[in-house]
Write a new protein. Sequence first.
Length: 80
Amino acid sequence: MKIIIAGASGFVGKELIRQCLRMPTITSVVALSRRGVSPPDNSEGVSKLRNVKVSDYDNYPDDVRKEFDGANACIWYVLF
Ligand SMILES: NC(=O)c1ccc[n+]([C@@H]2O[C@H](COP(=O)([O-])OP(=O)(O)OC[C@H]3O[C@@H](n4cnc5c(N)ncnc54)[C@H](OP(=O)(O)O)[C@@H]3O)[C@@H](O)[C@H]2O)c1
């Protein structure tokens, strides 16, 4: 299962990443944020994490859209 987490650099987003990376049924985690995220310390499954920077959530360039291919779910935790 492939999951997109928007707002990945935030308080909730970072914990979501940590938990998703530990779940064997989740094979890919795409972390969207403006700042980028550091992989959690001592986390299992770090190789499943894709860090994708988004400067404008109303406009996704083609290279960012490609990262969404095959996703099963998106968890939205962007603070507006
Ligand atoms: N923390 C809690 O206990 C809690 C509980 C219930 C509900 N919530 C809700 O969950 C949401 C996230 O909470 P949080 O505590 O994780 O917040 P947070 O730590 O401030 O994180 C917010 C995220 O949104 C992004 N962001 C902030 N302003 C933005 C903007 N103008 N444009 C694009 N991205 C922006 C930030 O990433 P970048 O700056 O890297 O882009 C960051 O990843 C909020 O709506 C909050 O009300 C939080």
